[in-house]
Write a protein that binds this ligand. Structure first.
Ligand code: AMP
Length: 420
């Protein structure tokens, strides 16, 4: 066929997978709203500088993954590669901080990164992100960890462990960077090409490289923690232990973006790539807007989440119709319009054929729409004021008085589970 295909690394999402995205969005949004998080919607593109300032110029996202372009007036813009910087800009520009109060925000947004496409890694992908802004301390950190675990549980995921690390304050981070530099002295040539560059610009980023990770026993972050860091970690662990929170420390977890300070975390659900990640970033608002606003947040990658839920058969959504009215007599449309109105408040998926069809079309219609209930309104039935209702799952037929059709259908769905 002679038309351009979708660009490399992008996806067409349709049918049951598109329904899965919507189902997940509904479940997670409910948890976030119950925790008093407010939705925000920000632009798909921002000034390029917003991201170069905040993510760190040596990070891969900035160095080689951003979609940057000039508009017709020569402004330097970038498609958003992540949401945290955009949220920070939105908060600052709209003066959303009320002194002394935390601000809880969340977003659903597509992100753009020029990465090498593979399963679970796309150039356009979806994230659910949440940010607890203007908050510091262990209770805030624990609240966000608990929120993420509530989200995973609400999705039917019970077997997960949080990988944690604590990057500490600026001195701790600097100390660790120096330890890494010392460790790599004399080994620079063994690093991959990307990590050779990272070694001179920002050695912490080497820890994100899956290739080099296998080849080097990096020094553990533990060695850099000072007394304050250790006090924090002990206190956090106490809370986590008390509530049986599933966690372990990964002393080599630093996460791909430069802005993290303090606690960082990831959940990988047993696969190589993380499904969820985030952490505390107390200096980001300083860097973007010269304001001291501590915050932490996380993002869940929706593609990886849907892949996992589908693979584990936790979320199986079928593209069924609840009730299909099969019209083989044009006068039946008037009944159907009334019945549709009567059923409108019951969240049922209802459809009917737009042109009168002969009954021999039925098998194809059933195959196409996969209805749970099929309602046939034909000449014969109309003469005796009845309709034929077929339960397509149990393969049984019922002759039902027309005037009780709605009651019958509603009773049926009260007793029988809906398949979709
Ligand atoms: P990050 O914004 O890099 O902290 O990533 C947060 C989450 O977004 C990851 O754990 C992934 O689930 C997801 N993610 C990041 N990059 C991609 C990508 N290129 N394709 C699909 N999902 C991604």
């Amino acid at each position: 066929m002679n038309f351009p295909n979708k660009p490399r690394g992008t996806q067409d999402i349709f049918s049951s997978r598109a329904l899965a995205y919507q189902r997940i969005q509904k479940i997670i949004t409910k948890i976030l709203r119950n925790n008093n998080y407010q939705p925000v919607i920000f632009p798909t593109f921002e000034a390029e500088e917003l991201f170069t300032k905040s993510l760190g110029s040596a990070t891969d996202v900035i160095h080689k993954e951003m979609y940057i372009f000039q508009d017709r007036k020569g402004r330097e813009l970038a498609l958003r590669p992540e949401g945290t910087a955009s949220v920070a800009r939105l908060v600052l520009q709209n003066n959303l901080i009320k002194e002394g109060y935390p601000l809880k925000l969340f977003y659903w947004a597509n992100m753009f990164r020029y990465e090498r496409p593979q399963k679970g890694r796309y150039r356009e992908f979806w994230q659910l992100g949440a940010e607890l802004v203007n908050s510091e301390g262990i209770i805030a950190d624990y609240q966000v960890l608990k929120l993420m675990s509530d989200i995973l549980i609400s999705l039917g995921i019970s077997d997960f462990t949080f990988n944690l690390n604590y990057l500490g304050n600026a001195q701790t981070k600097e100390k660790y960077k120096n330890q890494l530099k010392d460790f790599f002295k004399g080994k620079e040539t063994e690093l991959c090409d990307d990590c050779k560059r990272r070694h001179s610009t920002n050695p912490l980023r080497i820890l994100d490289c899956l290739n080099c990770q296998k080849n080097f026993p990096y020094p553990s972050y533990e060695n850099s923690w000072d007394k304050d860091d250790l006090d924090y970690i002990n206190e956090l662990n106490q809370i986590l232990n008390k509530f049986n929170f599933p966690y372990q420390y990964n002393h080599r977890l630093v996460r791909g973006l430069d802005y993290y300070t303090g606690l960082v975390f990831e959940v990988d659900l047993g696969t190589e790539k993380a499904v969820l990640g985030g952490g505390r970033y107390d200096n980001l608002y300083q860097e973007i807007g010269d304001k001291n606003i501590p915050a932490l947040g996380f993002a869940i990658g929706i593609e990886r989440l849907v892949d996992f839920l589908e693979e584990k058969k936790i979320l199986e959504i079928k593209n069924y119709v609840d009730v299909f009215f099969f019209v083989c007599n044009s006068s039946a449309y008037l009944d159907i319009f009334l019945w549709k109105e009567a059923l409108a408040n019951y969240q049922l998926i209802i459809d009917y054929n737009l042109e009168v069809r002969k009954s021999k079309a039925l098998p194809k219609i059933i195959e196409h729409y996969q209805p749970q209930l099929l309602v046939i309104i034909g000449e014969k039935e109309t003469e005796v004021n009845k309709i034929l209702i077929r339960d397509c799952l149990k393969k049984t037929d019922f002759f039902v008085e027309k005037k009780i059709a709605i009651e019958w259908i509603l009773d049926y769905f009260k007793i029988n589970d809906r398949v979709n």
